[in-house]
Design a protein around this ligand. Structure first.
Ligand SMILES: Nc1ncnc2c1ncn2[C@@H]1O[C@H](COP(=O)(O)OP(=O)(O)OP(=O)(O)O)[C@@H](O)[C@H]1O
Length: 536
């Protein structure tokens, strides 16, 4: 843990600022290195920033229709949903969340996948509500002629997977606290399908979707187009639309010969694992050393919700322990502050909301701001006595939190700017002057994740740095918006693509103007619903 000296001639907060501030020239250096790793990842397999071809070769325009099941294993929850795409840029969804315990995350993979299958089974067992979406759009998949059709399901699996087809992909590594045994190197679609089959649940996993791809697809469906989907939640990652000719590692794969565009899942959380260009601090090093995957997912550890609270906690502790005189809370800590990972990034949001006066707060003098933050700290860190937190402590903690999140937002901007450059929409300008490459085009970016959704002004902070990197003309055309339920609606769109592919449709020609599915009668629906579960 870094020692902080309260008698140093430089004020400790200024010293901290030096550690955490990313200057413009550093943003440029990070973005350049990012671009070179993009290029490495597109040309060969096995790179930490894996640049995974997803075999999704089109982007929806909002006219697609159908009803599909989606199973979403993210970082925190497991979710099963039934999504109906209405064909007018809107969709409806029926869903249920299930908890994933630590034991499941770290136990045997078969136990985890059995649990996923059981959750789908439980969801399907609950009879649909009167207002639940019609099932007209389900495209049935039969195992053979005598079987009733299986329910098509798309699996949103937000971990690094080397995808080999739309419905198969091998787990490269676990992230975000998962470490289930005997899963790495295996096809996760097969692991899930085997669990369905073991349990005689009549569901067929037709598509494997990364949540970033889902974000991109759902934002495209909602707005008529999108070029990048990005997640800033438990982890961080991005997927974008790349020209197939640039994905040279596809070699002689038939997909490469077909040309066109393909969505690539970057796995940018693993950017610069060597940390050659990511300016690290002693607090980041401590976090990395104590994480379950030291020296991996380097970029993610500076950016995402799973880590920002812990970095801030590490800094707060070193201020409490400052020598010769404590710089926070008169040198007193609390059990919760002493506990690893106990400082949730949501607390950083609360501190910032209290400071900026957003939401339920009123009053705008600095004293009001400090008082509100002090209230948050007293409550969240569970101090025994109000005397232990001063107004100055409140201001100091707020500054620590801001430094940690500002750096995260600026690093996130490097990833977005690099994709703008990679796709020919921008050129990296020297010293903040980006050059416009093509004019007029609106550049759609769909984002998802609690950090970008709830941390006050995270998006604005990110945009400020995008402007530094690619100039204001391009930045002003970047339209960043929340991707509505990428892992549900996006997955449904992927299941639709899988159906199209199994019907032999050419995806490179796009899959717009989908004709409405054939109408089913209510009797068909009842029979169909009863075929969800086939017991031996
Ligand atoms: N209000 C908030 N402000 C900032 N961060 C938050 C907030 N609430 C939760 N988080 C952080 O966001 C993370 C959860 O992100 P999210 O809700 O997007 O879930 P997720 O789907 O599990 O994430 P991912 O998509 O990366 O798998 C947690 O690490 C949590 O600390």
């Amino acid at each position: 843990m870094a020692a902080i000296f309260s008698d140093s001639p430089t004020h400790p907060l200024d010293a901290l600022k030096d550690h955490f501030t990313l200057h413009d020239h550093q943003l440029h250096a990070i973005t350049k290195t990012f671009l070179s790793e993009v290029s490495d990842g597109l040309s060969k397999y096995g790179h930490p920033m894996a640049m995974i071809p997803t075999y999704v070769k089109g982007v929806p325009n909002g006219s697609e229709t159908g009803t599909f099941l989606a199973l979403d294993l993210g970082g925190t929850n497991l979710r099963v949903c039934e999504v109906t795409l209405h064909g007018d840029k809107t969709f409806s969804i029926r869903q249920q969340k299930y908890k994933v315990s630590e034991a499941l995350k770290t136990g045997e993979a078969t136990t985890l996948f059995d649990y996923l299958a059981d959750s789908v089974d439980a969801f399907l067992t609950v009879s649909p509500k009167a207002e639940s979406p019609k099932i007209d759009g389900f495209r049935h998949t039969s195992f053979n002629d005598s079987d009733p059709p299986a329910v098509p399901l798309a699996l949103t699996f937000s971990f690094p997977v080397e995808q080999t087809a739309l419905d198969s992909g091998f787990l490269l590594t676990w992230t975000k606290g998962f470490s289930a045994k005997n899963a790495v190197g295996k096809d996760v679609v097969k692991l899930l399908q085997d669990a369905f089959d073991r349990k005689h649940i009549h569901v067929k996993c037709v598509a494997l979707v990364n949540d970033t791809v889902g974000a991109l697809l759902s934002r495209a469906y909602n707005t008529g187009g999108c070029m990048l989907g990005a997640i800033f939640g438990t982890g961080t990652n991005g997927a974008y639309v790349e020209s197939v000719s640039n994905i040279t590692k596809l070699g002689k794969h038939p997909t490469a010969a077909a040309g066109g565009m393909m969505i690539v899942n970057t796995e940018w959380g693993g950017f610069n694992n060597s940390r050659s260009v990511l300016p690290t601090t002693p607090w980041d090093n401590k976090l990395d050393r104590e994480s379950i995957n030291p020296r991996f997912q380097a970029f993610e550890k500076f950016i995402s919700g799973m880590y920002l609270g812990e970095i801030a906690r590490n800094v707060v502790l070193s201020f409490i322990d400052a020598a010769p005189k404590p710089l926070l809370f008169t040198g007193r800590s609390t059990p919760i502050l002493n506990k690893q990972w106990a400082f949730d990034t949501a607390v950083l949001s609360e501190v910032e909301e209290a400071w900026t006066g957003l939401g339920r707060f009123s009053g705008s003098s600095e004293k009001d701001q400090r008082q509100r933050v002090r209230g948050v700290l007293l409550q969240r860190f569970e101090f025994e006595s109000d005397d232990l937190v001063s107004l100055e402590d409140a201001a100091t903690v707020r500054q620590i939190c801001t430094l940690v999140v500002d750096r995260a937002a600026r690093m996130s901007a490097c990833a977005v700017a690099a994709i703008l450059v990679q796709t020919g929409r921008a050129r990296l300008g020297g010293e903040g002057k980006g050059e416009l490459v093509d004019s007029g085009e609106r550049i759609g970016v769909g984002v998802d994740g609690s950090l970008v959704e709830f941390y006050p002004n995270f998006q604005k902070k990110m945009r400020d740095s995008i402007r530094v990197l690619v100039g204001s003309e391009v930045e002003s055309r970047v339209e960043i918006g929340m991707a509505k339920d990428g892992s549900g609606a996006g997955a449904a769109l992927c299941a639709l693509i899988a159906q199209k592919m199994s019907e032999g449709a050419s995806l490179s020609a796009g899959y717009h103007n989908d004709p409405p599915p054939p109408t089913r009668s209510r009797t068909d629906d009842a029979a169909y619903l009863s075929s969800f579960r086939l017991k031996p």
